[in-house]
Design a protein around this ligand. Structure first.
Ligand code: PEP
Ligand code: MG
Length: 756
C-alpha cells in the first residue's frame, strides 16, 4: 500500500483531471481509476444523491453496466447507511454487517472488505465514496483519511458542478431549491417572515486544493497564533476572572487552542495538498465523525467547544470575520443559528429582526427570555435547519404552531400573509385602547401593568398604554452582560426607566438569578451543579448570601429614585424573616446615603412575591410588613404541581384554570381582605384572557403582564361585571365542573364577553 502519500497523490491528479477538457462523466471515471490505483484497491465507486436516491455514478472494478442503474435509498445497504448516518464504515467482511445488501448487477459478490466515506456538503451526505477489496482486511487509518480528504475535495467539485453535468446535478439541488418545512419547539410564540440570515455567516471555502503548500502552512501558523492571542486575552481579562463555569469553558478552550495534536493533524492535511481552510474543515469533519462514535454527553459538550474554536480559526484564516449583526441587517430577517447568547441577540437591529430559528435552545435559555422581552418569535430545536436553509432564502416562521417554512410556495405564502395580517389587525385594534382606562362594566378600575426588564422595553410603556411596570426583572441586565453590571450602570438603567415611566409606578424586583438563570461571573459554581435548580440557591436566597450584590443593587435603586417614590419587590420569599433581612439591607444603604447628605427617595414601598407555596401559610405574619404582594404564578404553579416550568413535556399538562390553582389563588386573595396591602399577579397567567377573567372573579384587581397582552386584557376588563364573575367563581370552586376552562369559556360567551 502506498497509503501515506496517497491523498497528496490523488489530489495532484485531481488537479490534472479538472484542468482537462473531458466531459463530466469522463472526469468521474478517471477519478475512480486514480483513487483505486492510489489506494491499491480493486474497486472504487462513487454514489451520488439524485432525486433522494444514491445512484452509482462511476466505478472502477464493478460492472460498468451498473452505472446509473444501481440505486439505493438513504439508509439502504452499506452505502445508504453511510449516507444516512454521515459516518465512515471500514469492514473486513462486508457481508457480516447487518445492513449489507447485495446488488447482483454490480458483480460485487467476490469482494470481502469494504470501506466507505460520506461525501458531505453542508453537514449532509450528498454521496458516498467507497473502495472494496477481495482480501478480507480492514483498511488502515491513513487509507481512510486519504479517502476522507478525497471525499471533501469531491464535495467541493461536485457542488461547483465541476464533476457532474448541471442537469444531472445532485439530489441536493432540487431539495435545496424547493419548499421545505421544518418542525421545532415554540420558544417564543408569534409569527414572522423574512429572509434567512446566518448569525455566523458560513465560511465559504472557495478553494480546496492548495497551489503552494508552504504558503498554506504559513497561513495556518499565523491563524493559530492569532487565535491563541485572542483566547489568552479573554482568559486574562479581569472581566472573566471570577471563576465558575465560564472559567472552566475558557480553560477548555485554552487547552484545545494549544493542543499540539490538533495543529499537527491540520498540518498533515495541508501536506496532503489542501488549502488552510480545507485542512481545518477536513480535520474537523474527521473529529466530528469520531466523536459521534463515542456516546458520552460530556464529550459532546467538549465537541461543541472544539467546533467553536475551529470556526474561529476558520474565520481568522479566511478573513471572514464578524457575525451578521456587525454587518447589519438589510432586510426583514429570520436569524438562523445553532445557538445564541442573549448579548449576541441584543446586537441585532430590532426593527429588522422578525424571528429566530435555533437548532438548539430551550425554554429557559437566557436568549429566549430576552427574545420574549424583545417580542421576537423564536423556534427552537429545529434540528437540521442549517442543512436545508440557505442565506437569503425566504422563511415563514410560525412559532405559534411550531414550524418554519423555507422557500414557501406562493399559496402557502399567501395563506401565511392572510393569517399574519389578521394578527396585525387585532393588534392595531388593541392599540386604539392605548389611552383608554380599563374600567369594568360595573365601574371598578383594574390596574393593567406590564412586565419589563430591558432598556428597550421602556418604549412599550407608552406604546401599549400600561399603568406602569408591575415587574421589572432587574436580572435581565445581569444576564445580558458578560460581567457583573457595576453600580453606576445599574443606577443609569433604573433612573432611565423611572424617567420614562413618569408618574406611573415601576416595581423593581431585586435580582432573581441563580439556578437556571445562572450568570457565570457570579461564581455560582455550587448552584450550577444542583439537581433541582428551580428549588435551589436562587433569587433572594443567593442575594442575601452574596451581600455585596444586594447592597450594590439597593444603593443603585435608592440613588436612582432620589426625590421620587421607589417600589422594591423581593423574589422567592419563603419565610417572613427573609423579607426582613432584605429590607434591612436597603435600610442600611438608606442610612448611609442620609449620612452622605444625598437626596433620598420621597417614599419607599417594599413588597414581596408569592411564588413559594409555604408563604401562603404565614401570610398573616408577612402582610403587615408589606405595601404590596405580587403572586408569581409561573413559579407558584410549578411548585404547586411539582412540575418543572421549563420541561416541554409538562407544558400542557396542568392548567392554570384547575381548581387547585384557583382555590389557592382565592385563599391568597382572601388573606389580604381588609389589610393595607395591594395585591397583584405578575406571572404569565394574568396575560391570558380567560385566566384574567377568573382572577378578577377571585378578587385580583392588579395584573402585570407581558406588553402584547395589555391590549387584549384591557378589552376584556371593559366587558366584565365583577359581581357576576365573583358569584360564578364561588360556585365553581365549591363544586368544580369537570372542565373549568370549557365552563368559563361558555360562561363568557353567554355573558357577551369576547375571548380571542
Ligand atoms: C413568576 O415566577 O411568576 C415570575 C413572575 O417571575 P419569573 O417568571 O421571572 O420567575
Ligand atoms: Mg419567579
Amino acid at each position: 500500500m502506498k497509503a501515506a502519500a496517497s491523498a497528496r497523490q490523488i489530489l495532484t491528479q485531481l488537479h490534472e483531471i479538472m484542468a482537462s477538457r473531458t466531459h463530466a462523466q469522463g472526469k468521474l471515471d478517471r477519478v475512480v481509476n486514480i483513487i483505486a490505483e492510489s489506494l491499491d484497491s480493486e474497486v472504487c465507486s462513487i454514489y451520488l444523491l439524485r432525486e433522494q436516491m444514491l445512484e452509482l455514478f462511476a466505478t472502477h472494478g464493478l460492472n460498468k453496466s451498473a452505472v446509473h442503474v444501481t440505486r439505493l435509498a438513504m439508509g439502504e445497504g452499506l452505502t445508504g447507511t453511510i449516507a444516512d448516518n454521515v459516518e465512515t464504515l471500514n469492514l473486513a467482511e462486508a457481508k457480516a454487517h447487518p445492513d449489507f445488501q447485495y446488488k447482483p448487477e454490480t458483480g460485487e459478490e467476490k469482494f470481502h472488505s469494504f470501506a466507505g466515506v460520506p461525501i458531505v456538503y453542508r453537514e449532509r451526505a450528498v454521496g458516498v465514496l467507497c473502495v472494496q477489496h477481495v482480501e478480507p482486511r480492514r483498511y488502515e487509518e491513513v487509507e481512510i483519511e486519504a479517502l476522507q480528504t478525497t471525499a471533501m475535495v469531491l464535495s467541493e467539485l461536485i457542488s461547483n458542478n465541476d464533476l457532474v453535468d448541471e442537469e444531472e446535478a445532485l439530489g441536493l439541488a432540487p431539495e435545496q431549491t424547493g419548499p421545505a418545512t421544518i418542525a421545532g419547539l415554540p420558544l417564543v410564540k408569534g409569527l414572522g417572515s423574512g429572509v434567512a440570515v446566518y448569525h455566523q455567516p458560513r465560511v465559504t471555502i472557495d478553494q480546496v486544493m492548495a497551489e503552494d503548500i508552504e504558503v498554506e502552512r504559513q497561513r495556518v501558523y499565523r491563524a493559530f497564533h492569532k487565535m491563541r492571542e485572542q483566547i489568552d486575552s479573554m482568559t486574562n481579562n479581569a472581566e472573566f476572572g471570577a471563576g465558575g463555569e465560564h472559567e472552566e469553558v475558557l480553560k477548555t478552550y485554552k487547552m484545545f487552542a494549544y493542543d499540539e495534536g490538533w495543529g499537527r493533524r491540520i498540518n498533515e492535511a495541508i501536506d496532503s495538498g489542501l488549502t488552510a481552510e480545507a485542512a481545518i474543515e477536513r480535520v474537523q469533519q474527521h473529529t466530528r465523525m469520531r466523536m459521534r462514535e463515542i456516546d458520552d454527553p460530556l464529550l459532546a459538550d467538549r465537541m461543541h467547544d472544539l467546533e467553536d474554536l475551529a470556526n474561529r480559526l476558520l474565520r481568522i484564516v479566511s478573513g471572514q470575520l464578524g457575525t451578521a449583526a456587525t454587518q447589519g441587517l438589510r432586510k426583514d430577517t429570520i436569524l438562523i443559528a445553532k445557538n445564541l447568547g442573549p448579548a449576541e441577540l441584543l446586537e441585532y437591529d430590532r426593527r429588522r429582526l422578525k424571528g429566530v430559528v435555533l437548532e438548539e435552545g430551550s425554554l429557559t435559555a437566557h436568549v429566549v427570555i430576552v427574545a420574549r422581552a424583545m417580542g421576537v418569535p423564536v423556534l427552537g430545536r429545529a434540528s437540521g435547519i442549517r442543512g436545508i436553509v440557505r442565506e437569503d432564502d425566504e422563511v415563514l416562521l410560525d412559532a405559534d404552531s411550531g414550524n418554519a417554512t423555507i422557500r414557501p410556495s406562493q399559496s402557502v405564502a399567501e395563506a401565511f400573509d392572510t393569517r399574519f395580517a389578521k394578527t396585525k389587525e387585532r393588534q392595531a385594534a388593541y392599540a386604539e385602547l392605548r389611552e383608554v382606562e380599563p374600567f369594568t362594566r360595573c365601574g371598578t378600575r383594574i390596574q393593567v401593568m406590564m412586565n419589563a426588564g430591558l432598556r428597550e422595553d421602556i418604549s412599550n410603556l407608552n406604546l401599549v398604554g400600561a399603568d406602569g411596570i408591575g415587574l421589572f426583572r432587574t436580572e435581565f441586565q445581569f444576564l445580558v452582560s458578560a460581567t457583573l453590571p457595576q453600580r453606576e450602570k445599574q443606577l443609569r438603567l433604573y433612573r432611565d426607566v423611572m424617567d420614562a415611566a413618569g408618574d406611573r409606578p415601576v416595581i423593581f424586583r431585586t435580582v432573581d438569578i441563580g439556578g437556571d438563570k445562572a450568570v457565570p461571573y457570579l461564581n455560582a459554581g455550587d448552584a450550577e451543579n444542583e439537581e433541582n435548580p428551580a428549588l435551589g440557591w436562587r433569587a433572594l436566597r443567593l442575594a442575601l448570601e452574596r451581600g455585596g450584590l444586594l447592597k450594590a443593587q439597593a444603593r443603585a435603586l435608592l440613588e436612582a429614585a432620589s426625590g421620587r417614590t421607589l417600589y422594591v419587590m423581593f423574589p422567592m420569599i419563603s419565610e417572613p424573616w427573609e423579607f426582613d433581612a432584605a429590607k434591612k439591607v436597603f435600610e442600611e444603604q438608606l442610612a448611609y446615603l442620609k449620612k452622605q447628605r444625598k437626596t433620598l427617595p420621597e417614599a419607599i414601598h417594599y413588597g414581596a412575591m408569592l411564588e413559594v407555596p409555604a408563604l401562603a401559610e404565614v401570610l398573616d405574619l408577612l402582610i403587615p410588613k408589606l405595601s404590596f404582594l405580587s403572586v408569581g404564578t409561573n413559579d407558584l404553579t410549578q411548585f404547586l404541581f411539582a412540575a418543572d416550568r421549563a420541561n416541554p413535556k409538562l407544558a400542557e399538562r396542568y392548567d392554570w384554570l384547575s381548581p387547585a390553582i384557583l382555590r389557592f389563588m382565592r385563599r391568597i386573595a382572601q388573606a389580604t381582605v381588609g389589610q393595607q396591602v395591594e395585591l397583584g399577579v405578575c406571572g404569565e397567567m394574568g396575560g391570558r384572557q380567560l385566566e384574567a377573567l377568573a382572577l378578577m372573579g377571585l378578587g385580583f384587581r392588579r395584573l402585570s403582564i407581558t406588553p402584547v397582552s395589555v391590549g387584549p386584557i384591557k378589552e376584556l376588563v371593559r366587558q366584565v361585571d365583577l359581581a357576576e364573575i365573583t358569584d360564578a367563581m364561588n360556585g365553581w370552586l365549591t363544586n368544580p365542573p369537570e372542565n373549568m376552562r370549557d365552563t368559563l369559556q361558555k360562561w363568557a360567551a353567554d355573558h357577551g364577553i369576547n375571548i380571542d
